[in-house]
Design a protein around this ligand. Structure first.
Ligand SMILES: NC(=O)c1ccc[n+]([C@@H]2O[C@H](COP(=O)([O-])OP(=O)(O)OC[C@H]3O[C@@H](n4cnc5c(N)ncnc54)[C@H](OP(=O)(O)O)[C@@H]3O)[C@@H](O)[C@H]2O)c1
Length: 335
């Protein structure tokens, strides 16, 4: 079976993910939808020649969703547009892979999930980090107890982004801010290991456009475990992650959201470096997950299940609200 994909929102990440179709068997990019016909055409013209099938371009998201030869839609618009487009795609009978952050609000995510369940269609957040080989191995090591009982997670992600009030990162109308764009990675990483926290403490700074430009989080757990996480649009944070247990520590080397190297430190042993490369740009692994889960008749991933998407969003929404930010979904995203 070949899974036929459409892309909605032909921007920066869509271009990167599209290139990875070249290395994934059983997945074909067949259509691209933009709000503007010329942008859709330009995106298709710039695709790598290695992509097997001819790719159709649509100058309207609804036209792409009406294409009966599209099985699954990858939604790569800014976050505020994810919910309405995902619901429209599901209502049109298409499975969805939705970029992170899945939505801007817990309520928006719940609506997408309810729609997927009502139609019995597959849905997943494109939290690609969870599928790369190094993170798969990390989960195995933790499950084997190699560092004992995990007590703490440290993770950060920050970059100095050039200030541009029109860019989605700085524009509140596009769900801008550090937490949904970058902070979602450390939060999803910590919660992959420790689960949903019992408490969330936040310190953050809002910038010139009113979005969160840097945020530090302390997640607390009833067990006594904790996670210290931070993200920034204006600081060159290392992009490192560490998982600390009673018998050792695993350092995932920068940048941990697309890692190839980690070092296992066990108390009383020499450090063990572990290297596991990613396929192509690293996005291929989540395409493989979608392909395999849909082929198996599953409605979601066990690696990035929808309950985890909701749980991560609960943490992010709590933090945003504590900073005085009350985001909304763009109900007109299909206009
Ligand atoms: N997985 C990753 O590594 C990764 C990396 C970066 C970003 N992301 C996520 O992917 C999403 C897109 O990020 P990006 O950096 O690719 O964004 P981008 O370059 O700004 O592209 C987003 C695209 O969405 C479309 N769009 C639809 N409604 C829009 C609106 N109201 N305002 C602006 N654009 C709109 C635009 O295409 P048309 O107008 O042509 O339709 C635009 O090209 C975000 O949710 C982000 O968090 C993921």
């Amino acid at each position: 079976m070949t899974l036929r994909w459409g892309i909605i929102g032909p921007g920066r990440i869509a271009r990167k993910l599209a290139a990875d179709f070249a290395v994934v068997d059983g997945c074909e990019l067949v259509a691209v939808g933009s709000r503007d016909p010329a942008r859709a055409k330009a995106f298709v013209a710039g695709l790598p020649p290695a992509l097997a099938a001819p790719v159709r371009s649509y100058g309207g998201y609804a036209d792409l969703l009406a294409d009966p030869a599209v099985d699954v839609v990858y939604i790569a618009t800014p976050h505020r547009q994810h919910a309405a487009i995902a619901v429209a795609a599901l209502n049109a009978g298409r499975a969805v892979l939705v970029e992170k952050a899945f939505t801007c609000t817990v309520a928006g995510a719940q609506t997408v999930i309810d729609t997927a369940k009502a139609h019995r269609l597959f849905a997943m957040e494109a939290m690609w980090t969870r599928f790369v080989p190094l993170v798969v191995r990390l989960r195995e090591l933790l499950a084997d107890g190699v560092i004992g009982e995990v007590r703490a997670v440290h993770a950060d992600l920050g970059v100095i982004r050039e200030f541009d009030p029109a860019d989605r990162l700085w524009d509140p109308a596009q769900g801008g801010g550090a937490l949904l764009d970058l902070g979602v990675y450390p939060v999803a990483f910590a919660q992959m290991i420790l689960g949903e926290p019992g408490s969330v403490e936040v310190h953050g700074n809002l910038g010139r456009t009113g979005v969160d430009e840097d945020v530090a989080l302390l997640l607390g757990y009833d067990s006594g475990a904790w996670a210290v996480l931070d993200c920034s649009l204006r600081l060159p944070l290392a992009g490192a992650a560490s998982v600390i247990g009673s018998a050792g520590r695993i350092d995932v080397l920068p940048r941990f959201h697309h890692p190839v190297d980690m070092v296992l430190h066990r108390v009383g042993h020499d450090p063990t470096p572990i290297r596991l490369p990613m396929l192509a740009g690293g996005y291929a692994h989540q395409l493989i997950e979608v392909r395999d889960r849909i082929a198996a008749g599953h409605l979601e991933s066990t690696v990035m299940p929808l309950r985890d998407t909701l749980s991560v969003l609960r943490t992010l929404e709590t933090a945003l609200q504590r900073l005085g930010l009350h985001l909304t979904e763009d109900a007109d995203a299909m206009r």
